[in-house]
Design a protein around this ligand. Sequence first.
Ligand code: NDP
Length: 489
Amino acid sequence: MVAMREKIPDILPDRGLFIGGAWRESSAGGRIEVENPSTGEMVCDIADASAADLDEAVSAARAAFDGPWGAVAPADRGRLLMKISSAIAEHHEWLAELEALDVGKPIGEARADARALARYFEFYAGAADKVHGATLPYLPGYSVFTQREPLGVTGHIIPWNYPMQILGRSVVAALTMGNAVVLKPAELASLTSLAVARIAHEAGLPAGALNVVTGSGAGAGHALAAHPGINHVSFTGSLRTGTSVQAAAAAHAVPVTLELGGKSPQILFDDADVDQALPLLVKAAVQNAGQTCSAGSRILVERGLYPLIVARLTERFRALEAGPATADPPLGPLISAKQRARVEAYIELGRCELTLAARGEIAPGAPSGGHYVAPVLFADVPPGHRLAQEEIFGPVVVVIPFDGEREAVQIANGTPYGLVAAVWTRDGGRQLRLAKQLKAGQVFLNDYGAGGGVELPFGGVGRSGHGREKGMAALESFSALKTVVAHHG
Ligand code: NDP
């Protein structure tokens, strides 16, 4: 990791704002320090954009949309996205190292994120010239057809937990439809967004098609959400910030896509294939140290299997270790001291009020300045308890027993969220019944997450948000449907 730290000045010399195809300093001159969560050391700094910089970025995007970028034919857009995909694949190792340094993500997971980003560009490259309208039968003397058009300038506010993947699922889909983008990454995780801007520009993306404006959420983030020159806002993050983004965008009747996390259930029935389920139960819960919107952080187990599953999960949790990103441990550090304090407060509450089944370890020799939390498993958790209701965003997992299908659905649907759910059962009828009854944007049957699948529409119901990203569905969010009616007699 030291090596990557030394490479940053070559990869991103000034770490300024990327506006209109050029690097520039924040107009107010502000800088934000960048920390390595594995060590607590400061590694570099980035620009802190002001509202005036946001105006510049939106103007640059509008000029690109009304000019060269807007004139690119769909097939050529596709070719360009494919070129960017190849460039990202070529550079994926240092992108992964940069992400691991900035976010503390184990290097193996960071590599998977970089590969997923290349795959987003590849998937959408193939889609760019295949978004069709329809002809509609209407009255005699009429011909009617529909076409999908770009929205204009789209704003994207992304969080720190999966910067490359979330950039992929929102920014790339918006570019595919011909929109010009202004991206505000999280201040805790901006480096790969800046690197992607550089790579895309070098691959030939016209100036102004992708602008990256780093800075604080309350400053640059709010200025973007509230900007009258934006035609759509895509946000992933907390419920609290998401609702404030929605309110800011509503002042100009700007549509928003919100992905606000969840408290996703993994439901195991007595007839489940335990050996197939166990590794995924654990991975879905603690991947990225639990800092995952779709983390399967509530494990619901039918009574007959309950003692066995708690015992096997206990074994596995005791063997889990949190360590520095470069060592590629099962868990990296949390993103910040603030996030660690937040998660530790939940653990403390759980220790006072719940049954602690297992606790993993922090790797001996993990740097003392890193934000490590040993993973925790609580058993016999009442479904209404705060630890079973609130998104913790850390390696804290609850196990809840249930009796029968009806109670499973009741508990699974018993939070304000609805992002992902998984059902483990060999009973085909039950699989389909639960797929209908569960409140979630994605339901997995005898699986979890399906490796992230860029092809699979993703988004929530309830407090998990609205709108869909990923797959072809995202292209609808980033375009407007126009109906053309010709009366020819
Ligand atoms: P936030 O929702 O505050 O941050 C997400 C993004 O929004 C970041 O880019 C942030 O910028 C930006 N932002 C912050 N304030 C504003 C604002 N007023 N207007 C516009 N944009 C803003 O989440 P946190 O990082 O504070 O994390 C807190 C909790 O949120 C986590 O514990 C977790 O529960 C949840 N979360 C959920 C995620 C998901 O994937 N659904 C992802 C991240 C967090 P900046 O970081 O620069 O302030």
